[in-house]
Write a protein that binds this ligand. Sequence first.
Ligand code: SAM
Length: 256
Amino acid sequence: MITVLTGDCRDVLRTLADGSFDCIIVDPPYGETSLPWDRRVVGWPAAVRRLLKPTGSMWVFGSQRMFLECAAEFDGWKLAQDIVWEKHNGTGLFADRFRRVHEHALQFYLSDAKWGSVYKDPQYTNDARARTVRKKGRPAQWIGATGETVYRSEDGGPRLMRSVIFARSEHGRAVHPTQKPIEIVEPLLLYSCPPSGAVLDPFAGSGTVGLVAARHQRDCTLVEANEEFWPVIQDRMANDAPLFADPALSNPGPGD
Ligand SMILES: C[S@@+](CC[C@H](N)C(=O)[O-])C[C@H]1O[C@@H](n2cnc3c(N)ncnc32)[C@H](O)[C@@H]1O
């Protein structure tokens, strides 16, 4: 089920019970553009903390600048890992710097939890090339001495998804000015939210996290403060979500 709540997330989330979510995916205002709603929201990492299960984790999109300037806000959270979203084209905010074609997403878990008990489902891609891999042995004086190993990796076989993920940005087809592509949200959600689990997005924008959750039959709570985007979320959930349904999940296979 997808639930849409309207208002400032710091107020709205007070009504929800502790430990309601397996995973939180957050794309907060970075505070780096002139868009009227793009103002940093102080206090949201503390406000969402109690809503996460002890086995849960939170992905946060942002820029390096945002994370450095807001580091104190993540008190009570431990950093697990980071990924880079590589875009096909970037934002030309500054002509005197490198053209920026990436954003970060950092994964956090509760500081009083153990990483070993945090839910995770490593993601794979099927783009490995057939090749023979020969690893030299390491002599005995090295820690972790090994003998030589030779193995063949399979053509097109699965390999662990890389931490730099390419996905076309939504420029030209977006219904929200900072809309995230489904292709970047999807692996994060599948990695962190168990089947039939529940995910929270406190800064929903156009509701991309809701679309991915619906596709993979996870419950999702979306919060959005700006009334301009409420019909956008409704429209995407009503019209895009059914088109985007995962056929493997919604269509019974032969013989079923
Ligand atoms: C970066 S955008 C999210 C875009 C979204 N990931 C998507 O794919 O469409 C951040 C959103 O947070 C909303 N927002 C800003 N302050 C908020 C607040 N205090 N509570 C809830 N939403 C807020 C903005 O209106 C904006 O739509």
